[in-house]
Design a protein around this ligand. Structure first.
Ligand code: PLP
Length: 466
């Protein structure tokens, strides 16, 4: 990529970042011979030598092979240790081997992982979710992607419509219908390969925070669901304006559609997620990732009205069979809501992701923001460190972004790649490209201090005169 792709960043800084990246990649290769050899050997049994293709490319450097983790830190096959500021893209905000999760799943495994029947933890998990997200009824899946897929199906049955309205900069999982974007010429383009092309016909995308676009798109009368991240986190960090939240809260239902708020990335950055902080009033709320401390789970919260749609349209329901139509809603799976997931979620919600722990995450997030900003200012770069609770974003533009397009301007890959590999060689696991560092519930004061110090050294290297 040429520096002209990033006209808002000093070309000399980008050139310097490329030099740092090359040097640090060399050092990283030197430190990880066992991981490199293992990945090479594994190529005969797995494409790219990894059990899930993302693991090869997600970090934009060769991955390490993980061996064990404890608290905020994990160790690789070469004995390197890393303090994790990515939290597995927020799938592990509890940290590694968190005691409440270990105890809960050990006890449940001894009783049986799954029965395809309700287990008593389910009611307590619902109560804990209601306490923080204010929706009265819940269903469970195995991932946030699964939660979004089921939520969209429920919305189609509830409204008798099929279109899902999305916002630029979004990500909701690998669902065909949510992987489309609007390009400059107005067409809807696939984000990834392999999608069913017909799913584009029932998918539309407008700009985040654009109230006028929302109003005019809803006016067409075909939208089943508006699916929105409470805060955009997959293109940097974009918070909603009060007007946008108000418009979503009032106009979506008035237009005969349902509002689904995806909390997957924000659910633990701030207590109650973006829904509580920004005042969303969704018909459904979806989440997943770290709720069970790494044990797979996805959640769908819903109003009583939406819950009635689920209750009244169960597959193979005797009531539907009597009316000659036994085909109910296409939701669920044989491993969904298993006893192990629910035991882990109960422990996570009750003992790890508490309001008190969230206040600590917020405090450490504030320290990280302040420490990084002071280094940025010291070396004279015109950048701002933004924050939502424990989630940090390096912003390279003067104004706060309002939508995905504006936010992507801070995703300057040579800079991010150089920072990431520089930090790796100093024992810090930083973000994937579109995310900033995150303070998980396992991160300590020492971890935050270590990140600030190493990031300061990176900024010194970036701005050093030759
Ligand atoms: C906002 C949001 N929703 C849903 C998902 C899908 O999560 P999963 O891959 O765990 O299903 C993601 C993943 O990054 C996400 O960021």
């Amino acid at each position: 990529m040429s520096t002209t792709e990033y006209p808002h960043v000093d070309a000399a800084i980008i050139d310097r970042a490329r030099v740092i990246l090359a040097q640090e990649l060399e050092e990283f290769r030197r430190r990880t011979p066992n991981s490199i050899a293992w990945l090479e050997g594994a190529q005969s049994v797995m494409p790219g030598g990894v059990p899930m293709a993302w693991m090869r490319s997600l970090y934009r450097h060769v991955p390490v092979v993980a061996v064990r983790g404890s608290g905020s830190t994990f160790e690789d096959l070469d004995g390197n240790t890393f303090i994790d500021f990515n939290a597995c893209d927020l799938a592990m905000p509890a940290g590694f081997a968190a005691a409440p999760i270990v105890h809960a799943i050990t006890a449940q495994a001894q009783l049986g992982n799954h029965f395809l029947l309700p287990t008593i933890d389910a009611v307590e998990v619902c109560r804990l979710l209601t306490e923080r997200f204010a929706l009265p009824q819940w269903q469970f899946t195995l991932s946030a992607s699964g939660a979004n897929m089921d939520a969209l199906r429920i919305a189609r049955v509830a409204t008798g419509r099929s279109t899902v309205l999305l916002f630029d900069g979004k990500y909701h999982g690998h669902l065909d219908q949510t992987l489309w974007s609007r390009s400059d010429d107005g067409s809807v383009d696939a984000d990834l390969m392999g999608l069913d092309p017909t799913s584009a016909q029932s998918s539309d995308v407008i700009a985040y925070n654009d109230v006028a676009a929302l109003r005019s798109r809803l006016a067409k009368g075909d939208v089943a669901a508006v699916l929105v991240e409470s805060v955009l986190t997959n293109c940097g960090l974009v918070t909603p304006t009060p007007e946008f939240v108000e418009a979503l809260n009032t106009q979506v239902r008035a237009a005969g559609a349902l509002l689904i708020v995806d909390e997957t990335h924000v659910q633990f950055a701030v207590h109650g997620g973006g829904t509580a902080v920004f005042g969303y009033k969704p018909d459904m709320l979806t989440g997943g990732k770290g709720i069970g401390g790494g044990v797979p789970i996805g959640v769908i919260g819903m109003t009583d009205e939406v819950a009635a749609v689920v209750s009244n349209n169960r597959d193979e329901d005797p009531g539907l069979v009597e009316t000659g139509d036994s085909h109910g809603l296409a939701v669920g799976g044989t491993l969904y809501a298993n006893a192990l997931s629910l035991a882990a979620a109960r422990a996570g919600l009750a003992e790890i992701f508490t309001a008190e722990a969230s206040a600590r995450v917020d405090e450490l997030g504030a320290q990280l923001q302040k420490g990084l900003q002071s280094h940025v200012d010291r070396v004279g770069l015109p950048w701002t460190i933004d924050r939502l609770g424990g989630r940090i974003q390096w912003r390279l533009t003067p104004e706060m972004p309002l939508n995905g397009e504006e936010s992507y301007r801070s995703i300057v890959l040579p800079l991010i790649d150089a920072r990431k590999v520089f930090l790796l060689n100093r024992g810090l696991w930083d973000s994937i490209a579109t995310a900033g560092p995150s303070v998980s519930y396992a991160i300590t004061q020492d971890d935050v201090d270590a990140y600030i110090t190493a990031a300061g050294e990176f900024l010194d290297a970036l701005t050093a005169l030759d």
